[in-house]
Every structure is written in C-alpha cells, then in structure tokens.
Design a protein around this ligand. Structure first.
Ligand code: FVH
Length: 289
C-alpha cells in the first residue's frame, strides 16, 4: 500500500539549486510532483526520482492546484508566468523567489490565492528541521497548504500583507551579512597576527551566542522607546570601537567596516544618546539621529 498517495499534487517551476531541492523534498514526502524548467536538462535526476517533467510552464501550472515558483528574481518570474496568468486562476501560487516587498505585492495580484514566501535555508537543508520558511499573503491558502509547505521546513505565516515575508527576508539577511562581515573582519585582523580563522571560529561562535542573548532585551527597549543603559553605555562602546579601528589600521586591515560602526555611534551620541544603551543606535537607522 502506498501510504503517501493522499498527498496533494504540487508543481515546482524553476529547477535551479533551490528549486531542485524543493521538488526533491516534495517527492521525498510522497507528493505527486510536476516540474518545469526553462532548461529541461536540470530535471533529469528528479524525473529519475519520480517527478513528471511538464513540456511547458502552462502544462506544469495546470497539473496541480499548489504551484511553487522559485526563479532567480522577480523579472524571471514575470517572464515565465506573464503569458500564463489565466492558467493561475483558481490555483495557489507560492512565490519563493527572492524580491522586494513591493514586488511581492505586485505578484500577489496574479493569482486568486497568493502566498509570498522566503526561504531561510540553503538547498541541502530543505526538508530538514533547521530550514525555516516565511510566508505572507492569503491566510486561507496558507491554512489549506500548510502541511505540504511544512515538508520544506518549518513554516511561519506573518499575515495578509503579501510583502511581509520579503521584508522579514531582507531584514534577516542583513543580520546574516552583518554577523558574517564582522567575523570576516575579525578573521582578517587575527590573520595578520598569524592566527588561523579556524582558531578564531570557536570564540566567534561563543560570542555570537552571547550576543543573541542581548537581542530580546534590546528589542523590548526599542518597542518601549526607552534606552536605559543596563549593561554598557554607548560612549563606553565608542571608546572600544576606536581600538578596533586603530588595530585594523595598524595591521593593514581595511578600516571601512569599523570606521562605519564608529561613525554611526558618533551620530547617536551627537543626538544625545551618549549615556543610553546600544539599542539607541536604532534611532540612527530610523533616520532620526
Ligand atoms: N540557493 C540558495 O541557497 C538561496 C537560499 C535563499 C533563497 N534563494 C533564492 O531562491 C531563488 C532561486 O535561487 P537558486 O539558488 O535556485 O538560483 P539558480 O540556481 O541560479 O536558479 C535560477 C533559476 O531561475 C531560472 N530562470 C532565470 N531566469 C529565467 C527566466 N527569464 N525565465 C525562466 N526561468 C528563469 C533558471 O532557469 P535555467 O537557467 O536553469 O534555465 C533556474 O531555474 C533566488 O531568488 C534566490 O535568491 C536561494
């Protein structure tokens, strides 16, 4: 007996690195899976694993009521789907392509039941517990397809504004790039003293873990608009930030990153936040300092 034959059919449009991982996760979970890609060769392994390769995007869309699209960017989605808007009627289109919140809102008008999504994972994590996906748009569509979407990773719904998932996506990517750039800068600094990045990494990770502990407290301060310094005042941070700039310059390491941190902090201090907590820097990002 095929215990998974009750799974809903799904279509995946786009078989790049991520699209192939999405289709593979649906197949693995027992979903009848139709796939389409501009370059059909990329479907070979999926077809060997049981997927059906549709001859056109229109055929792929008509094969399932849940249609997932994951292409390079919004322009590619427009190219691929614009000729087939009529075929999307009555189906749920889940756009997992990265884009801006305004692009997500525009594409949301293309199907009756639209979900915009963001994937916070790399292809090899898809279908595993560490993968998480963010959705916004039609609540009815999310509720109806929640189990299927959950096969890709932990799925969270943020509300009916289709732009919200994309907004969370870029904000979270900013957290990733900020963290990684700080690590890379530190690796360059220690590297100049002949310390291997692999020796630095465990300490960087331990400190990143400590820093995650600051986030909830600062988030509460931001929401209250009250930046009482309970750990260290901004002027204390500024004094030590200057050492990072000086050490970088002395080691021949690029000073752009720490100098920018210093400049942002000085703006907050000039706006009157010298004795406030680090969270007061949010006023600089808000354009108020
Ligand atoms: N890969 C990752 O780790 C990240 C994780 C977070 C989310 N991103 C976003 O996912 C989108 C796709 O990324 P990808 O890594 O799968 O990208 P590629 O491997 O480069 O595949 C691109 C696919 O898009 C197709 N395509 C491009 N232009 C067109 C077009 N004009 N018409 C139709 N299809 C188009 C391309 O087709 P082909 O070149 O194979 O024929 C691929 O299927 C992306 O938004 C990431 O930000 C992934």
């Amino acid at each position: 007996t095929n215990t998974t034959s009750h799974r809903e059919p799904v279509t995946v449009l786009g078989l790049g690195l991520m699209g192939r991982a999405l289709a593979a996760a649906f197949l693995e979970a027992g979903h009848p899976t139709t796939v389409w890609n501009r370059t059909p060769d990329k479907a070979t392994d999926l077809v060997a694993g049981g997927a059906v390769l549709a001859p056109s995007a229109a055929d792929a869309i008509r094969a399932a009521s849940l249609v997932v699209v994951c292409l390079s960017d919004t322009a590619a989605v427009r190219d691929a789907l614009a000729p087939h808007r009529a075929d999307l009627a009555g189906r749920t289109l889940v756009n997992l392509t990265s884009g801006t919140s305004d692009e997500a809102r525009e594409l949301a008008t293309w199907s009756d039941d639209h979900l915009d999504g963001a994937i916070m994972a790399i292809p090899e994590s898809i279908g595993r517990p560490e993968a998480f996906l963010l959705f916004s748009g039609s609540r009815a569509a999310f509720d109806r397809h929640r189990d299927s979407l959950g096969r890709l990773g932990n799925a969270t719904f943020f509300g009916e504004d289709p732009g919200l998932a994309s907004l969370y996506d870029v904000a979270l990517l900013g957290v990733m790039w900020g963290t990684l750039n700080a690590f890379l800068h530190g690796a360059a600094l220690l590297g100049a003293a002949k310390v291997d990045a692999t020796a630095f990494a465990p300490f960087a990770n331990q400190w990143i873990g400590s820093v995650t502990g600051f986030v909830d407290a600062y988030a509460a301060q931001i929401d209250r608009g009250d930046y009482q310094a309970e750990d260290a005042a901004l002027e204390t941070h500024l004094a030590t930030m200057k050492y990072l700039v000086r050490e970088s310059a002395a080691a021949g390491v690029d000073t752009d990153w720490p100098a920018r941190l210093q400049a942002l902090t000085e703006r907050a201090i000039d706006a009157g936040h010298a004795g406030a907590s680090y969270a007061s820097l949010v006023e600089v990002f808000r354009g108020r300092a």
